[in-house]
Write a protein that binds this ligand. Sequence first.
Ligand SMILES: NC(=O)C1=CN([C@@H]2O[C@H](COP(=O)(O)OP(=O)(O)OC[C@H]3O[C@@H](n4cnc5c(N)ncnc54)[C@H](OP(=O)(O)O)[C@@H]3O)[C@@H](O)[C@H]2O)C=CC1
Ligand SMILES: O=C(O)C1=N[C@H](C(=O)O)C[C@H](O)C1
Length: 249
Amino acid sequence: MNLLIHGYGAMGQIVEEVARTQNLNVTAIVSPAGGEHPVSLQDVEAEVDVVIDFSNPALLDDVLAFGKAKQIPLVIATTGFSEAELAKIEAASQEIPIFQSYNTSYGIALLKQLLDQLVPLTLGYDIEVIEAHHRKKVDAPSGTAELLARAIEAKRDVTPVYDRTPRREARAADELGMHSVRGGTIFGEHTVLFAGDDEMLELKHTALSKRVFANGALAAAATILDRPAGLYNLTNLYEEATHVTHKRL
Ligand SMILES: NC(=O)C1=CN([C@@H]2O[C@H](COP(=O)(O)OP(=O)(O)OC[C@H]3O[C@@H](n4cnc5c(N)ncnc54)[C@H](OP(=O)(O)O)[C@@H]3O)[C@@H](O)[C@H]2O)C=CC1
Ligand SMILES: O=C(O)C1=N[C@H](C(=O)O)C[C@H](O)C1
């Protein structure tokens, strides 16, 4: 597998490190910051079989154009896409295989499955999603919080509320509170809180390093390599690839 790493920030660098420990062939790194690597996908000359993208939504068009021109699969792990940008990803996936997920850890795949089963049973509970990340994170709420919100919305008639400040009214049953904490070097925490009468239930995932995301992205790249064109995600890919992703390091 000839791997191109697109985006050479905190995550791109960890993906490179983990790929090298797994003896994977990193043939190109694109770093918008420049330095020793090409700044744009247009400058890549190396042989590439799959792209792993941890960058910024501003670069989405470049990534999709590169994948389509080379007819190679893409692992898109960047967060913060608009609905229009997600639609572009879906359209491109009719031509090439694309894995797109706002969280590549196996634990979040498990959490999503737990929510699918649990949420329909929680009609008497108020649900809030609370995420915490490092001080350098630019998007809020996190992509994962949005992913979890979509999973909850699919199972209960709730509407996300991102800012309660302008309101002066009691919480409605159909609200889904979304909360972001930023500080320090927190790798990523996501809690789904079910608050009922005189009791609370919390489902929480904590990333203990950035490696968990790199491992998941590399597993997704290996799994998607021989797939037909289509849009792949945590559910439809990881269910089939549990043996790849759910392993002891
Ligand atoms: N799906 C998942 O599991 C995970 C997803 N992520 C997501 O991956 C992305 C990258 O995260 P991380 O590596 O921590 O972020 P960094 O800020 O450390 O790196 C981002 C990279 O994208 C480039 N970049 C940022 N903004 C722009 C822009 N407007 N135009 C061109 N290039 C840009 C940066 O270049 P430069 O250095 O020049 O700014 C850098 O190479 C984020 O969206 C994050 O939320 C992160 C972890 C896990
Ligand atoms: O920026 C990060 O660091 C992370 N971003 C992703 C997100 O927005 O959900 C995934 C993970 O939580 C780390």
